[in-house]
Design a protein around this ligand. Sequence first.
Ligand code: SF4
Length: 331
Amino acid sequence: MGSDSFCRNYDFEIDKIVDFVKNIGARRVLLQLPEGLQLCAPMIIKAIKERLDNVEVYLSQNPSYGACLLDEYSAYELEADAIIHVGHIEYPYYKPRKPTLFVKASYMAIDGNRLKAILNDVCMLRSSIKICIGTTAQHIDVVKDIAEDLSSCKVTRYGIVLGCIPLNTDECDTVVVIAGGRFHCLSQALQTISSNRAVNVLCIDPYTYNVWSPSEDVERLIRVRMWKVREAFDARKWLIIDGFYGQHRPHLVQVLTAKLRNLGREYVISKALRIDRELLDNIGAQNFDAIVIVACPHVAFDLYDYVKPVLTVGEALMALNGDTSRYIYPW
Ligand code: SF4
């Protein structure tokens, strides 16, 4: 599929962007998109420039895994007047310091009726009375329409699922996550297990309409994570990696360092925007017994096979408390 036909499936809300830029009188703006949508950046930039003379649009190619990572550093360096952040809604725990417009990039090729029929079937097959529906920014509009019009069960809650902030499932017996890939649904299932709630989790891929259960994947994942926690039980030297913007979590760093000090363990605190194997290799795995990623829990999952245990904050606390009776996600 060419980039044009791919990008036409998403609503980049060019009118809204143009109005926003005009209203704040911006002359320079920084455009930020997640990796999967960067292909559409040239098309978006062209559309904005066609409508706004004398406005320079810069593209950020720094990480944009979530709205937690607003590229304010680039915006300040470029003296941009505003940020246009595409693909996510605002991160609840971070307020940008620059004027920022969030564009959901709604996926328009979705068949809402087909999705509704699947959800009605799920309600009947699971004998669910109350369901919660979690999704991503791309599908929240269609989910809103469906949630208000489902005949076989009551939708008690719907909303956006973030990898580190799953949907509150207090009022439902089944939670359905509608999202591409496995990341969001697995996060929701992990949180459900972590909170000890007897809630069924089911996933629907809105691009293929495939319905799948995350239970086997989650079981496998937790087995690996518990093994990593065990490996860190006696770790003496810890590396704590904090992130930037919404991934900067000083309160969690403080909880960890207080615990480590009490236990007489050593630690180094570092900060990084992009965390990967190379970054860990540079500081030397041999220098540490365990590594905690404070920035984003999923980085720890991606580094599951690193030579030293790489843990989320919840897992690090399990290791430091010597308690594996309950898996804690995310912190
Ligand atoms: S899961 Fe990671 S990338 Fe997603 S919102 Fe949370 S911190 Fe950001």
